[in-house]
Design a protein around this ligand. Structure first.
Ligand code: SAM
Length: 190
């Protein structure tokens, strides 16, 4: 475990325990494909924190893996699931410094406000052909707003889209300090 990350994030989530449970990200409303209930589809919310996005995806019919290092965050997600009577979210305490992502496992992966560059090859591989990624995080322009932010966790402008240059882009925008991308993995043999 990346012990420092875990301790730091557990503390952040403890300090925020009395804040309202967050709303899901609006990008999901626009870009999440419907699930055929006969087939069932798997989604991954990577470094999903309190799980607001994972929980919303489960209400749309996805079987969701919520991966995060913070047990405090996952416990709050569990509490919220109970409150809403949701079941189809697997709460996984995972250190993404030592990731294991199965190939071709997910129809949808979402990542919000998280960056570990080493993960991009695994992210590309874990999405099924025809599946999609929904990604939003900060780029270096964020330093103008928060100069103390760790630049390691900030994208270069234009970097995110470079990782998915051979995928079909449904959305890419980076006008300000936030990069947003939605892309579809080419079909097998395509
Ligand atoms: C800025 S928060 C974003 C949370 C969520 N995606 C959202 O948008 O609300 C970053 C998340 O990354 C998680 N994280 C940090 N380092 C991690 C690691 N090494 N492995 C797994 N998760 C990690 C933290 O616990 C935290 O929940």
């Amino acid at each position: 475990m990346a012990a420092q990350d875990r301790i730091r994030w557990d503390q952040i989530y403890r300090e925020r325990a009395d804040r309202p449970y967050p709303e899901p990200h609006p990008l999901l409303f626009e870009f999440t494909p419907p699930v055929d209930p006969e087939r069932g589809l798997r989604a991954l919310d990577l470094a999903g924190g309190l799980g607001q996005n994972a929980l919303w995806l489960s209400t749309q019919g996805y079987e969701v893996d919520l991966m995060d290092i913070s047990r405090t965050a996952l416990l709050r997600a569990q509490e919220e699931m109970r409150r809403r009577g949701l079941r189809r979210v697997n709460l996984l305490q995972v250190d993404l410094d030592q990731p294991h992502l199965e190939a071709d496992a997910y129809a949808l992966v979402c990542v919000f406000r998280f960056l570990k560059r080493e993960l991009f090859p695994l992210l590309r591989a874990t999405i099924q052909p025809g599946g999609r990624i929904i990604y939003e995080t900060f780029n270096r322009r964020y330093l103008q707003i928060l100069p103390a932010f760790n630049p390691q966790h900030l994208l270069e402008v234009g970097e995110l889209v470079g990782y998915f240059a051979d995928w079909k882009l449904l959305l890419y925008q980076e006008d300000d300090h936030i990069a947003q991308l939605v892309a579809i993995k080419p079909p097998a043999g395509g």
